[in-house]
Write a protein that binds this ligand. Structure first.
Ligand SMILES: Nc1ncnc2c1ncn2[C@@H]1O[C@H](COP(=O)(O)OP(=O)(O)OP(=O)(O)O)[C@@H](O)[C@H]1O
Ligand SMILES: [Mg+2]
Length: 456
């Protein structure tokens, strides 16, 4: 057993008694005579422990207060309180604050050991359960994406076309553009569709936790590794692994992952025997990986391995045609949950939605629609329910001397928007409902300069 148990009690005799019993049972033990020392220990992120035995009555600081502070620092640390006679009420209070259980002093050895074992087992079960839940969540077949625009249609078609190769694909795009949705669409359109599709978010976990999640570990590899555990790379064998936010991967994990992509081999934490896996890799990032490579933050060799095919999802503001069908889709999805009829979206609201910049892309639209539906309580959704300032296209309306050619009309609108904003390109792009990049392209295409006369 490699599990570590902390003891915090200001009575020396109690510390010695407990640590002797627990060490006899092969637990690692650290003792703290003062709550302050314990709290300092807990504030160090590298320190690890599986269980804390905490005295409720200490001279320096009340055990309940220590519990409250320790839970703030270490929400996952299991805590068992030790109480004397007449402090049962505090014990109940402690349970409410998240303590696992309590022991009333004096207690026999067997009672202590039974409780410790129980608590540690429950902890492992919980950890395994949360891993399982994550996997099950990822196993559901997703509904296909909703779109109307040519831009998205092209990208989606490409994703489906490359699905049946085994090539690694890097999906890029701003936050909320649908990277995860596209990744699962690729998996479910691939020959691996009947196998597992697992996701790991490289930004969510600390480096050591991520390493053991990905590569697994052997029994005894570190404190708390009471059983061998397969990593997601092995769990995803013959299926697909989606590495979300791959730009956040540390350089040392990048090196380990490269080995898997190169040789189809991995080393579980603590092991020296490589294992073979056959995994299809999909990755996503909203970082500029070229730049990360240039700055030495991302390995170039790994970049080329994960990026055999590159898919870039356009931001929502560059595919305005998708806004109406997506809004309707999110509206319809709420229909069954509403106690009143589904509201309609007023035409001016739709125009405002189409005009918005959508920094949070489809996810933001989804949130806006939910909010509007809830606030409207069945009445048509009106402009005042939108959580953002509505851009007024104002003088950008077409007038009688509008030329007929679409190109000419576009050129006119672009130059008007630029004139109206005094060539502030960001504001002009916003007025036109497009991105800075697209605007720059249009300026070049139409050869516009700051002093060109409108319509000439
Ligand atoms: N074309 C679409 N049709 C239907 N729903 C969509 C579409 N695109 C995105 N969504 C929905 O919008 C939300 C955000 O999409 P997703 O999580 O795939 O984006 P992401 O690019 O991975 O975001 P992030 O960068 O924040 O992780 C999800 O709820 C997703 O189902
Ligand atoms: Mg995502």
């Amino acid at each position: 057993m490699d599990e570590k148990i902390l003891i915090c009690d200001d009575e020396k005799g109690m510390r010695l008694y407990l640590s002797k019993i627990l060490r006899n049972w092969s637990y690692q033990v650290d003792c703290f005579a003062e709550p302050d020392l314990l709290l300092r220990w807990a504030a160090e992120s590298d320190n690890r422990a599986d269980l804390l035995l905490l005295d409720i009555k200490m001279a320096q600081l009340d055990g309940i207060e220590v519990l409250r502070r320790i839970k703030r620092l270490r929400p996952d640390l299991a805590v068992v309180m030790m109480t004397g006679h007449g402090t049962i009420e505090s014990a109940v209070e402690a349970m409410k604050l998240g303590a696992y259980d309590y022991l009333t002093k004096p207690f026999p050895q067997e009672k202590l050991l039974a409780l410790v074992r129980h608590c540690l087992e429950a902890r492992h079960l919980r950890e395994e359960n949360s891993l399982l839940k994550q996997e099950i969540k990822e196993q559901r077949t997703p509904a296909p994406p909703i779109f109307q625009s040519g831009r998205f249609s092209e990208v989606y078609q490409m994703a489906i076309d490359v699905a049946d190769s085994d090539a690694a694909i890097l999906i890029r795009g701003e936050s909320g553009t649908g990277k995860e949705l596209i990744a699962s669409s690729i998996h479910y359109a691939s020959p691996r569709a009947d196998q597992r599709f697992l996701t790991v978010n490289c930004a969510a976990l600390s480096e050591s936790l991520l390493e053991s999640q990905l590569f697994g570990h052997i029994k005894g590899a570190f404190t708390g590794a009471v059983q061998a555990q397969k990593g997601l790379l092995e769990e995803a064998n013959v299926g697909t692994l989606f590495l979300d936010e791959i730009g956040e991967l540390s350089l040392s994990l990048q090196a380990k992952l490269l080995r898997v992509l190169q040789f189809g081999e991995l080393l579980p934490v603590g092991s020296t025997k490589p294992r073979r896996v056959d995994v299809r890799f999909l990755s996503a990032t909203n970082k500029d990986l070229h730049q990360e490579v240039a700055q030495g933050q991302f390995r170039e060799d790994l970049f080329y391995r994960i990026n055999v095919i590159d898919i870039e999802l356009p931001p929502l503001r560059e595919r305005v045609e998708d806004i109406a069908p997506l809004s309707q889709h999110f509206l319809d999805r709420m229909a069954s949950k509403l106690p009143y009829p589904l509201p309609e979206i007023d035409a001016d609201v739709m125009a405002a939605l189409e005009n918005h910049h959508w920094p949070g892309n489809v996810r933001e639209l989804e949130n806006v629609i939910s909010r509007c539906v809830i606030l409207s309580r069945g009445k048509p959704i009106s402009l005042d329910l939108l959580p953002f300032k509505v851009d007024q296209p104002g003088s950008l309306s077409l007038d009688s001397d509008t030329p007929f050619s679409l190109r000419e009309a576009e050129r006119l609108q672009v130059s008007r928007a630029l004139e109206q904003t005094g060539w502030n390109k960001s504001r002009a792009a916003k007025l036109l409902g497009t991105s800075r990049k697209t605007l720059d392209r249009k300026i070049k295409e139409y050869d516009l300069t700051q002093h060109a006369a409108i319509g000439s």
